[in-house]
Design a binder for this molecule. Structure first.
Ligand code: ZN
Length: 208
């Protein structure tokens, strides 16, 4: 399944969460976007591994990295204070720049380090954890840990910290539903998938 399909399914999940919680229109749009981005997150593990064969996915990764950089800029602008604000904006701009210029292998690792640095400077635990996640995803094999229960738990912690930081109801569930929808779409639950996901890594390498 390609990035566009994963994003669309994740966005639909975000919409369902918003509808269930009866959120206002602005929050609904935000949750739909968040679900869509979360639906792409597990495939951050394709960095450099299958290059050449998946040019579309590479573009998707670059777009996600640019979006994270832009979110970093906006977030720093509205939430940061004093020097932190400008450091955050600087890092965000750097990320957008790096994501746009660096083509291959190390792009994602660098992005992760940038997010981590941004999280440390803004003292935002969710951003620090997201940085750790991205760096981790850039070094593990495709359809491995990011597509497992461990990945879900790690991302759930990020999502809960994000919801606490933003104070917007529904953020946690929109992220989680988006992420889980990706794993379902990659699993053998769909008869079209010949390969499944190793959901219970490191305890079992059986593909589900
Ligand atoms: Zn996947």
């Amino acid at each position: 399944m390609n990035g566009t399909a994963h994003a669309a399914i994740g966005a639909a999940g975000g919409f369902i969460v918003a509808n269930t919680l009866h959120t206002d229109p602005v929050t609904t749009v935000f949750l739909v976007g968040l679900g869509g981005v979360s639906g792409l997150i597990p495939d951050l593990d394709i960095d450099g591994k299958l290059r050449g064969r998946i040019t579309l996915s590479h573009k998707v990764i670059r777009t996600v990295a640019q979006l994270i950089g832009m979110m970093m800029i906006f977030y720093s602008f509205y939430e940061g204070t004093g020097t932190e604000k400008y450091i955050g904006i600087g890092i965000g701009l750097g990320m957008v720049g790096i994501a746009s210029s660096i083509k291959q292998k190390h792009m994602l690792t660098i992005t992760g380090v940038g997010v981590l640095a941004g999280g440390l400077s803004l003292e935002e635990i969710w951003l620090i954890l997201l940085g750790v996640y991205i760096v981790g995803a850039s070094v593990v094999s495709h359809r491995g840990y990011t597509h497992s229960v461990i990945g879900v738990i790690f991302f759930a912690i990020i999502a809960s910290k994000l919801e606490a930081s933003l104070g917007i109801n529904g953020v946690y569930y929109a992220c989680l539903v988006g992420y889980i929808s990706h794993l379902v779409a990659d699993s053998k639950l769909l008869p079209v998938n010949k390969r499944g996901i190793k959901l219970f890594l490191p305890f079992s390498t059986k593909e589900i």
